[in-house]
Design a protein around this ligand. Sequence first.
Ligand code: SAM
Length: 547
Amino acid sequence: MVAAAALSFLPLFPASPSSHAAALAASSSSLLRRCYPFVCSHANAASLPRRPPAFPSSHRLRHHRYASSIGRSRKMGNQKAQCAPPRFGSLAMALGPLHAQVDGGRGVAGLDSLGNFWRWLEEKGVKAPAVRPAAVPEGLGLVAQRDIARSEVVLEVPQRLWINPDAAAADPELGRLFSGLKPWVSVALFLITEKSRGLKSPWKPYLDILPASTDSPLFWSEEELSELQGSQLLSTIFGVQEFLRSEFLKVEEDLVLPHKYLFPSPVTMEDFVWAFGILRSRAFSRLQGENLVLIPLADLINHSPKITSEDSAWEIKGKGLFSREQVFTLRAAVPVKAGEQVCIQYDLGKSNAELALDYGFIEKTSARDSYTLTLEIASSDEFYDDKLDIAECNGLGESAYFDIYLDSTLPPMILPYLRLIALGGTDVFLLEALFRNTVWGHLELPVSRQNEELICRVVRDACKSALSAYQTTIEEDEKLRDAENLDPRLEVAVWIREGEKKVLQKIDKIFQERELELDTLEYYQERRLKDLGLVGEQGEIIFWESN
Ligand SMILES: C[S@@+](CC[C@H](N)C(=O)[O-])C[C@H]1O[C@@H](n2cnc3c(N)ncnc32)[C@H](O)[C@@H]1O
């Protein structure tokens, strides 16, 4: 039997009559990976729908792959955090911390907002002995008021100021409703309702300094999104939009409309996206789970690519011997000079597409350029159950997501998984129960010429197909991104599409080189005969001497 593989977004292999189709999908999801609470994956080559944009229904949701916000691996509790070194030296704006205009996506929110916010923090018992919020090139940030030593406490925010599912559940009017929701939905609705309470909201000074949007593509116009035509990021954005729309419709129908008399004003999809964007870019924990939290003031900390460690920047601990209240403490991981910004490394593990989606910026380094290949065992595969069993025994599943980075080698599991899904013909004996414990070891090496050729062809066809969907060449992107005064969103789009194409070209090259080696590779049968002592090291058949 011949294995046939197909890209989920584009059939690469005509399903042969005897095929047990394995599906190999190069799809979008580097963004949706790593613990994000929800998220989706989709076909690779995204193109813009005609108006209205977004919310296409053809994307599969991939829950749990869209990890969150500031800092990747931090958990709540007495745990540690990241570092906060200086990066933007003298970039804090001349206006000075308390008189800075609150801009950066907020529009001009008024000269007093930052001052009000600071007074409110002080009244509430926030301690920030060495920093002040200030206008900086990234919007707002934390600027050192004096030289700060490494490990020095930069700020302490008591629990009563945290915005998390507990705060939402404590709302006197709506808490009862919020407490039954997914944590991130409850916090999102809490933010929206507090915002619409205006002067009546105790959180007003904080809400006033939150941006109306970020540069995340979730807030881009249709025209801006068109710069991502054909990219994996665009299909990821569509998936996130689709996810948000379905979450919104659910909560609207189940909770908001039946209790609309309790809400200060109608809750719109736009509000929901805004709250989501705020949580994605500012929450100090993973978006999924009870630990989701916004920490006012601490959430003004910006990211610096120069900080390459995620160690010990923050911790949460009890306030004192006799207090049950917890306090969030942020420390400087490196010395910071007076006037410089205190920054942290948001997440060393995020690709540029993930940074763009969550925060609206990218790092100009190819080390963050990535493309996610999604491989799938097709449900129509004749040997689906056996293959799935083997995949599961080795920590994978029906689908497997492989983030390929420009500067790194292929993930080690990708070749065995590819060989598994493409396994067919005379090679299927490897699926026998007899081989169950050893099969992965066999798959780590070429199984047969037919199998190896198939995976090369599938992957190369997938890369070519994905590459053909982009509207610009790498050369055009390179020229554009070197232009001066590029709009920040265009810069993100150009960098992302260029990086994706480079990764696709790299993958294609790897499998092209492998194709050229097919005749020289050693396959399972040959290895087996050697193990049995029936073939010599040079491949010669060893005959029994008879005399
Ligand atoms: C946790 S908030 C930090 C406070 C934010 N600057 C503000 O004005 O509210 C994260 C957001 O800050 C901005 N930001 C942080 N670090 C940045 C950087 N290195 N380059 C560009 N923007 C950055 C992005 O808009 C991001 O979504």
